[in-house]
Design a binder for this molecule. Structure first.
Ligand code: AMP
Ligand code: MG
Length: 356
């Protein structure tokens, strides 16, 4: 099978809906990254998602929904979420968060309705739900009325795709159709927040919506987990990883010379290195660094001026481009800053540079 990349016309949306109704999978754009979507209540479709991604079945999926925006949002999830289990503070906080951030890059983890296949949530008694903000994803969710399980459309552990061509490279041999919605506006996966039955809030994954923003809307502090792997099984130390070794610098690349690279483990035979810059002009850094190290340098800059939203948009495509280049060894500049999105970028770079 080779996937076809389709424009999101009404006829193609209808075709995707037909495929989904038959238990098949389609890749679709969201504002965070591209997702591999299947009917969340259809065990066969959910099984196919894990198999296509080579994803271990303990790693739970996020279920995508479209709710009516002019009504309270939580009650519209009662076919997925067991609202009876939630205390009043939990209900209030979850509703406030959904009102503030949906549609958008916030996933809430709440008690799962027993009718939702256990496999969808990796065997957990909770379920992760999100309403994406991309018009194509919303159109398909609205017209089909199906809840769609849609993890990132990449093979497990690899870099998430942020355009249709990257999905084709990852899963083109596994699925029939990729809906093309252009490059993703956010570029990193959603913030994941657990709301416990008594209303405690725990941040499970950094994303575009930061901890302070969540706490302000909920009117309640947001905790961090000491062991994300335990609290949220998919949060492995190594993830979003290129196939080539990637080293995360602790300073901007301007101050790097050959001895520094050797201390960082540059293999002696290396002739070409790749560098992912947070900001600035790639050509200037390329010239400077190759002069200083005697190596061939391929640099990619993620932004002109260090703006976090721009860096996040280009992050995964930049990692992919370096991975596909002739460079043998990759370096990335660190992302500093305390905004929510800067935490998310730093988190992705850390995981991408950790070997499995
Ligand atoms: P992805 O769909 O690839 O963006 O990843 C989804 C991630 O969300 C998983 O790897 C988990 O870390 C997290 N997640 C999803 N469902 C749950 C859940 N029920 N409890 C805790 N974490 C979850
Ligand atoms: Mg993923």
């Amino acid at each position: 099978m080779t996937a076809r990349i389709l424009e999101p016309s009404q006829a193609n949306l209808d075709y995707c809906q037909e495929l989904l109704q038959k238990g098949q999978l389609v890749a679709l754009p969201t504002e965070t990254v591209y997702g591999l979507a299947g009917h969340a209540l259809d065990g066969q479709a959910v099984t196919a998602i894990y198999a296509s991604k080579h994803r271990p079945t303990f790693d739970p999926l996020i279920v995508h929904v479209a709710v009516a925006l002019d009504q309270p949002r939580l009650p519209q999830l009662r076919h997925l979420i067991d609202l009876e289990q939630l205390s009043l503070p939990a209900l209030r906080r979850a509703e406030a968060l959904l009102q503030a951030f949906w549609p958008g890059p916030l996933t809430l983890v709440l008690p799962r309705q027993p009718q939702v296949p256990e496999l969808t949530s990796g065997g957990l008694s909770t379920l992760a739900v999100r309403m994406p903000a991309h018009p194509v994803a919303l159109a398909l969710l609205r017209q089909s009325g199906m809840p769609l399980a849609a993890p990132s459309a990449n093979r497990f552990g690899r870099i998430s795709p942020t355009c249709a061509a990257d999905v084709l490279a990852e899963l083109g041999d596994q699925i029939p159709v990729i809906l093309d919605g252009g490059p993703c506006a956010v570029g990193v996966e959603s913030t994941v927040l657990r709301v416990s039955v008594d209303g405690d809030l725990t941040l499970l994954r950094f994303g575009a919506i930061g901890r302070a923003q969540l706490a302000a809307i909920a009117g309640y502090p947001v905790q961090l987990v000491s062991s994300p792997t335990m609290a949220s099984p998919g949060m492995l130390a190594s993830h979003y990883a290129p196939t080539k070794p990637l080293t995360l610098l602790d300073r901007p690349v301007d101050s790097v010379d050959l001895p520094t690279l050797q201390r960082l483990g540059l293999p002696p035979v290396t002739q070409r290195i790749g560098v992912l810059l947070q900001s600035g002009d790639a050509a200037t850094v390329q010239a400077l660094l190759s002069q200083r190290t005697g190596l061939e340098v391929q640099a990619i800059s993620l932004s002109a001026n260090g703006d976090a939203a721009t860096i996040a948009q280009h992050l995964f495509a930049g990692l992919r481009a370096l991975d596909a280049s002739a460079a043998q060894w990759l370096l990335a500049e660190p992302c500093n800053g305390a905004q929510g999105l800067e935490h998310a970028i730093a988190d992705r770079l850390k995981r991408a540079s950790t070997r499995a």
